[in-house]
Design a protein around this ligand. Structure first.
Ligand SMILES: C[S@@+](CC[C@H](N)C(=O)[O-])C[C@H]1O[C@@H](n2cnc3c(N)ncnc32)[C@H](O)[C@@H]1O
Length: 205
């Protein structure tokens, strides 16, 4: 199978406007993930910082930034056209064009959100360890959603269909990876409403 880097494919998607369809498709699952974050913000009554990893055109960063207690929001993505779009729409947040796992943010966050990004990495287990060790403050939360996993059979043809390598793991393998990375208070659910397929994990440092 001929494959391309995911960031090249999504650069083209942004140029063709396909980022907007993706935003609509992911909205229901992301709403549940943001609810999880905002519930914790409400309980802590503290200002918070947040990062969206694999942020695409930045639509989730803007939702984080609009929360009245958010004092800093950043998005990072390796697709040039995605970050260009994000910067065109929003001057209020930081958008970084960089490839993971190599990029290091140079600061820590209270919340790390990521939707449909992690399995594009060759070694997502290592990325989870880096998120835990280097990206989050003590007590911070990571909330990560993925639609490609072994039990979601329809998703198993995606690597060939999209022409991109994907790290296919079972739900149990993902769970083990989160625990091995050091996360505690691990929660997991399937998001996206009645026919939802998004496997979400949330864990605390
Ligand atoms: C399926 S899209 C999801 C975008 C956004 N989270 C959303 O829900 O609309 C995956 C994003 O991850 C980015 N990505 C994939 N691999 C990456 C890597 N190694 N470094 C940085 N970004 C990456 C892609 O460029 C793309 O924008």
């Amino acid at each position: 199978m001929d494959t391309r880097p995911a960031t090249d494919v999504f650069h083209d998607w942004a140029l063709n406007g396909k980022d907007e369809g993706m935003e609509k498709g992911h909205a229901a699952s992301v709403a549940e993930m943001l609810d999880f974050i905002f519930q914790r913000v409400k309980e802590s009554k503290q200002p918070f910082s947040a990062v969206d990893v694999g942020c695409g055109n930045g639509w989730v960063v803007r939702q984080l930034r609009q929360h009245k207690h958010c004092n800093y929001a950043m998005g990072i993505d390796g697709a040039e056209a995605m970050i260009a779009k994000a910067n065109d729409i929003d001057n209020d947040s930081d958008y970084v064009l960089a490839r993971l796992p190599e990029y290091h943010p140079g600061r820590r966050f209270d919340y790390l959100h990521s939707m449909e990004f992690l399995y594009y990495l060759e070694n997502p287990e290592n990325m989870l360890r880096l998120f835990h060790d280097d990206w989050l403050v003590d007590g911070g939360w990571a909330v990560i959603g993925i639609d490609h996993y072994a039990e979601h059979e329809d998703s198993l043809s995606w690597p060939e269909h999209v022409g991109v390598n994907m790290a296919t793991r079972s739900i149990q393998q993902w769970r083990d990876a989160w625990l091995n990375a050091g996360f505690t208070n691990l929660q997991q659910w399937i998001a996206g409403g009645e026919n939802g397929v998004t496997l979400v994990f949330a864990g605390q440092k």
